[in-house]
Design a protein around this ligand. Structure first.
Ligand SMILES: *[C@@H]1O[C@H](CO)[C@@H](O)[C@H](O)[C@H]1NC(C)=O
Ligand SMILES: *[C@@H]1O[C@H](CO)[C@@H](O)[C@H](O)[C@H]1NC(C)=O
Ligand SMILES: *[C@@H]1O[C@H](CO)[C@@H](O)[C@H](O)[C@H]1NC(C)=O
Ligand SMILES: *[C@@H]1O[C@H](CO)[C@@H](O)[C@H](O)[C@H]1NC(C)=O
Ligand SMILES: *[C@@H]1O[C@H](CO)[C@@H](O)[C@H](O)[C@H]1NC(C)=O
Ligand SMILES: *[C@@H]1O[C@H](CO)[C@@H](O)[C@H](O)[C@H]1NC(C)=O
Ligand SMILES: *[C@@H]1O[C@H](CO)[C@@H](O)[C@H](O)[C@H]1NC(C)=O
Length: 478
């Protein structure tokens, strides 16, 4: 500054010096605007102004020097003298740029003298600056936009988001409010701040579970379940979870089933989470695995078949879609080959004959496959229940009777032998009851039972028994 002052050529005109003078006002301007540096000048009476000049201090090789504006490289009309040749020395600067900032001096010549201002007008060039507070918000939070300029004069500004006007600089953030904001001078929209981003974060939306391939899935094929969502920040791999029938299966974006089985059937849904709020559920997707008939079984109704009655053979299978084509085969009596004997899920035989008996199987078919049941035997049962049980009871009774009689006869023989032996062994003083204790060998109750059973065999049997009893008792009485 000292150097600058030294460089200013000041010509002191002596007695009239008090009348020479220039008065300015420093200015602050926003880049891109136009500014008028207002200026007044004075000189003693009797002088006639012959030229006016503005100059700007520039630093050249470390030294401040004054340069006439006309010598500075600038577009035409950039500097415009809007004063006159007697008292107003105002200067207009259009489309102010940062390079225009600095100190401006005014000088003029009269018919008698030259004068350059001792002081200067300072031009400050400032930018508009947008502040978004806060710049990262969660949906629903309040956001306020402020526009600052380095100049102290109060500013009237308008707001834009990605080029679209914004009505209110204070608002509750919605997802669609995300974008780049800037402020500008009304009517002078080229005079604008740099843009500042507003990031609006939100919990996952549009959480969708998709299945590939979609539609019918055939057993054994490959299925991929993919969860997707719209979220800010985006959902990471670990933020996704897959559920089958409301049971957790896995986490991650994709879930691949390489060999899909009927057991994979079910309702699937996924969840997405991105640190904001709770896990969000997708809608459910039905995985419907299609497969040919399996677990084919044959049942008979009624289960026991009597000649002449009717019977239904029912074929049951598990299939998706359900089996719609059933064929019945019967193994022929002579050969090992099978012949087709019917169709439909139920095969009816109205009146069962001997020729119907044999091995049957059912073949179930849907559009995905075909399979056979095991062979089942259709057999007739001739004599069952009442009629057949009577002879059985009779047979049992007869055999029991015969056994008893034989046992009795044998016993009686033993009795006779023991009596004889007892007599024979008497001299040796051996008690024959040691071999034959009356109470345990033949309880009187059993005799009664035998008697009643044998009553019809006549008195002979009774006599025989009585004699046996008599004989048996003989040794005990000794
Ligand atoms: C957001 O602003 C509204 C009105 O300006 C106010 O009622 C609300 O409490 C503010 N919300 C928060 C979270 O500051
Ligand atoms: C989301 O799915 C989970 C797991 O199946 C369940 O517990 C929860 O109730 C579901 N939430 C909603 C809102 O449906
Ligand atoms: C998930 O699956 C989709 C298509 O099914 C595929 O484009 C993507 O690369 C897979 N992503 C991962 C991480 O496996
Ligand atoms: C077939 O039966 C087996 C044994 O009972 C069972 O484990 C399997 O799940 C059944 N298959 C189908 C498709 O129902
Ligand atoms: C057919 O099979 C299903 C399941 O396998 C079973 O629930 C049903 O009772 C069976 N029907 C007959 C008539 O066997
Ligand atoms: C059942 O399948 C067999 C073999 O494909 C076919 O010949 C027959 O016409 C089918 N029956 C019905 C009723 O669709
Ligand atoms: C089912 O039985 C029929 C008749 O015996 C036979 O021709 C066919 O090969 C069998 N199919 C299977 C899969 O066993």
């Amino acid at each position: 500054m000292e150097k600058l002052n030294l460089l200013i050529l000041v010509i002191m005109p002596g007695v009239w010096s008090a009348d020479w003078g220039v008065t300015f006002k420093s200015q602050c301007a926003l880049r891109g605007t136009s500014v008028v540096m207002s200026c007044k000048y004075d000189y003693p009476v009797g002088h006639v102004v012959t030229s006016v000049k503005w100059s700007k201090a520039q630093r050249v090789s470390g030294l401040w020097k004054l340069f006439y504006l006309s010598s500075l490289p600038s577009p035409p009309g950039h500097f415009k003298y809007v004063g006159n040749y007697w008292s107003d020395c105002s200067l207009e600067i259009n489309n102010v740029q940062h390079a225009d900032e600095g100190q401006y001096f005014f000088s003029f010549s009269t018919t008698l003298n030259r004068w350059t201002s001792k002081t200067y007008a300072h031009l400050f060039v400032r930018e508009l600056t947008t502040v978004v507070q806060p710049s990262t918000v969660t949906e629903g939070d309040n956001v306020s936009l402020t526009c600052a300029s380095g100049c102290s004069t109060p500013l009237d500004v308008v707001w834009f988001r990605d080029g679209e006007p914004v009505t209110n600089p204070v608002f509750q953030a919605r997802r669609e409010d995300a974008g780049r904001y800037y402020c500008a001078i009304p009517g002078q929209e080229t005079v604008r701040s740099a843009s500042v981003a507003l990031n609006v974060q939100y919990a996952p939306k549009k959480v969708t579970l998709s299945m590939s391939p979609s539609g019918d899935v055939v057993k054994g094929s490959l299925v991929t379940l993919t969860c997707s969502s719209d979220a800010n920040p985006p959902v990471t791999q670990s933020g996704y979870r897959l559920y089958k029938d409301r049971q957790f299966i896995s986490s991650g974006l994709n879930h691949t089933i390489s060999d899909v089985q009927p057991g994979h059937n079910g309702l699937y849904h996924c969840q997405a989470w991105n640190n904001i709020g709770d896990f969000v559920n997708s809608t459910e997707v039905h995985l419907d695995v299609q497969y040919g008939p399996v677990n084919i079984s044959v049942s008979m109704n009624p289960p026991h078949i009597v000649g002449g009655s009717s019977v239904n053979l029912i074929c049951n299978s598990t299939a998706n879609p359900a089996a719609d084509n059933y064929t019945w085969y019967k193994r022929t009596a002579s050969s090992s080959s099978m012949v087709q004997v019917g169709s439909g899920q139920v095969m009816s035989i109205p009146s069962v004959e001997a020729s119907h008996t044999g091995l049957y199987l059912c073949q179930a078919r849907n559009l995905l496959g075909v399979d056979n049941s095991t062979e089942v035997l259709l057999a007739m049962k001739e004599d069952e229940h009442g009629s057949s049980s009577l002879p059985l009871i009779a047979g049992v009774a007869v055999s029991l009777l015969v056994t008893l009689v034989l046992a009795l006869l044998l016993f009686c023989r033993l009795c006779l032998i023991s009596v004889k032996e007892a007599r024979a062994l008497q001299p040796l003083k051996i008690n024959p009851t040691a071999f034959m204790p009356t109470s345990t060998c033949f309880p009187p109750l059993l005799y009664l039972l035998l008697a009643s059973l044998l009553i019809h065999r006549g008195a002979q049997a009774v006599n025989m028994m009585t004699s046996c009893l008599m004989k048996m008792r003989l040794p005990t009485q000794q």
